[in-house]
Ligand binder design. Sequence first.
Ligand SMILES: [Zn+2]
Length: 298
Amino acid sequence: MKNKYSIIIIPPEHEKAPNQIQFSIKAKKIIVISSAAFGLLFSGMCIHDIYQSYYIKSYQQKIAYVDQLELELQAKNLEIARLNEKSAEINDNLLAIASMEKKIASILKIDQETSETEPSRGNFSLQSYSEPASLDQASALLENQKQKFEEYYDVTVKQEDKVNHTPSILPVNGPISSDFGYRRNPFGRWTSEFHTGIDIACPVGTPVMAVADGIVTFAGWDGYWGRKVQINHGFGVVTFYAHNSKLVVNVGDQVKKGQVVAYSGNSGRSTGSHSHYSAYVNGELVDPLIFTTLTKEQ
Ligand SMILES: [Zn+2]
């Protein structure tokens, strides 16, 4: 029994004899070391399991993140495809605008090569738009087109202003009773005179209209023309309407095309009720019908 350890196992009822297990000091050492080794192994396995579960958890998070990235990538690809489609659409519209711009320039008779704003238009030309434009190119092109259309707007406003200031109607609607030019003198049967305008037959009191926009430069009595209204339309054009019975404008008034400026009559040197209409271009008398003829031809 010496140098041996004993473990006595006593049964619960104390009826049976106790069991005795003996082992040496060496065996005790082996048991202790084995238990410690087993404990260490068990702890190691537990730590490994814990580490592994953390690792799997983080890996699962990474997989979820990658899945999310994949979904985002798909959405971005769809967005890029949509943007490419839009970009192609914008390109087509830019081409259409460039083509339309060229037509407008042609109608407005704007020489695109010598246009005043040409130097600021950048390096773009119609030819360079044949390839799909990048966003930078499209932006530059739009800026360029904006400048052109601003220029065309100015030109159009000037042309509209010129059109409004160019005679295109007759002051009175009625038959022409005497033309412009040499005619038999209505006051002297066997002599001729130069008729400085046209006569339009109309009853006394017929509204006499301005034939274009302008400023009244004479409104009053004239020994020869009776009650006369004269309008300066700018661009070298002046018209007057004579033999009126009543004037309804004053010198300095701004009048619009079609605005009533007088009522016809038989005042001054006149043989009957009519409206006399004369026109000057750059100080030279012209046949007033050239304006209405020109307008009709257009
Ligand atoms: Zn006349």
